[in-house]
Design a protein around this ligand. Sequence first.
Ligand code: AMP
Ligand code: MG
Length: 493
Amino acid sequence: MSVAAPLLFAFDNSYVRELEGLYEPWQATPAPAPRLLALNEELATELGVDADALRAPDGVAVLVGNTTPDGASPVAQAYAGHQFGGFVPRLGDGRALLLGEVFDVEGRRRDLHLKGSGRTPFARGGDGKAPVGPMLREYAIGEAMHALGIPTTRALAVVATGDHVARDTVLPGAVLTRVAASHVRVGTFQYAAVHNGPTLVRRLADYAIARHHPHAVEAENPYLAFFESVVDAQASLVAGWMLVGFIHGVMNTDNMTISGETIDYGPCAFMDAFDPATVFSSIDHGGRYAYGNQPRIAQRNLARLAETLLPLFHVEADTALAAATDVLQSFPDRYDEYWSRGMHAKLGVADAQRSDGALIDDLLALLHAQSVDFTSCFRSLSSALRGDAAPARLLFAEPSAFDAWADRWRAQLSSQASDPRAIAEAMDRVNPVYIPRNHQMEEALAAASAGDLGPFRRLLDVLSQPFDERPGLELYAAPAPPSFGAYRTFCGT
Ligand code: AMP
Ligand code: MG
């Protein structure tokens, strides 16, 4: 560690101040030859930081962990987690550090976090490193999610370390600077409960309430209201994923935030052809985290959170359990409400109450039966409404089934007061043209790993405006060609 850099960020480290027992003070492993690969200027502006200052050597030294800036208090955060259903009492940041918290221009407290910054006391067998490819991938998918309007952690930068990372082959290493509402996870509560007990869980809950769910303080039972608020945030988040065909891939409790932001873009990917059983992760043999299972898994993870909070809900164990169960059982209805609202918007249906209830399920059944690309189909519906059904019909091997569905759909829309052009416009604001297509992403990452960042930057630009069709970008809207084959993603990259 070298001397402190000039002030880039004004840190205020509440996590370290208030949550002793849930972290280990630690320093990043110095990077031998840092080189900035990607800088998120929009996010820098949001944080009130001068992008040029971050690009300068002193700035890059902070982003890669070679300099601890004034006011930062780097720690590896402790957490536990249910991984694929099995409880691991001590996970924690094995290759990451919370640098500290800063206030953005809107006054929101945000974590600055380094990922790939070397081994920590939580590293277990890991090398503490991250390769360039997966860090750029996290950057791009996070930006895509943000542009799609889905709550997410975001990357401020990716800096190549100049170090090598041994995986199947030797790869260049990188550090990703992550910005998050916080890194408090369901697994953080599990760690507090298992290693310390109710006193620390209460402190953590008070912290999380103040930081993420402040309205809960006013409730008769603030901890129960807090739990309810997390349940609702996750129901909304997972519905957001499902509405764009996003598959997280590793919904362990350590990868579920209390804030309701998406975190840890490891084996995630977007689905092409609609199939609820879609799985990309190479280690998810049973399809535990398949697309269609995500709502159920979220609810199960929330049950793990509830278990840690029971003593705070009520002194009587039975009463606490009954209250927790009530809230937990509200998850499916909350999820259905977010999903159905989102799906009706995708179809342009204004009045969900009076809608043909089977419209959504019947369309999805058709997409499944005929292996139709989820994103392309929803986007093509606005053209059909404008009078050109060809783009939609072309997606179906047997378009007559689509025609019959479309007749019912049009009948539904004709009962609405709005002008079809206005409905089509609104649909184009919720049905993206561009999502991170797996083949496009792989191509961009391969070029970046070979030293050419051009395709990655172009992809980022495309993903930054997912709803605006732009001429010349047709290839980015298309699903993978058959030659791309079955896509596989990896954990612990
Ligand atoms: P993940 O499934 O990627 O969220 O990671 C699960 C756990 O493994 C977390 O505790 C990570 O910090 C840890 N981990 C993943 N990769 C590494 C690595 N290369 N070195 C040390 N720890 C790691
Ligand atoms: Mg994780």
